[in-house]
Design a protein. Sequence first.
Length: 176
Amino acid sequence: MTYFTCFFLDDEKDIIVSLYKDLDRMWYVLSTPNHHTGNLIRNLAAICKLTLSEDENGMLVAKGEVPCFIDGNNEESYIFSLRDVEIAKIFPDKRVEVMASVPAIAKTLMSQTKNYQLDLNKTVFKTYINKNLKFRTDLHTHMNGNLPADILIALGIYHQIRYPLYYVKKTESRAH
């Protein structure tokens, strides 16, 4: 097996997916080398139903095969998924198109909690949204201080807060 390329599941580059090729098959090694407690990888493995093992340095990793697909133009691509969420499309020329990621707040919660309670759909998010639904301004509080966007998003996810499209549109129109 030879090293092929890697990509990250988070913006801070703490969750690494290293890819290896062996003839026409691809393998992944998912690791969290900057998080030595093991909470992050254990919680991620639990919600994604991945089996953990130890690497040569005694760190926990998840390993598996990345399936290859042929599209309508007879072009190959490998699709890396966590359970039923497509995370990245990997091309033979080493391009990686990341389609979903773990936001900083979910990663922080997983790394600081021994028994993370949120499910996969509240942990891994598609990295694209419909343009009409995109906020064009920041969301913040007044009086007691501004909360970072990740905290606001985490609160919304945890408490299942949904904003009516009317208010999203109203916020969007004020940003211009």
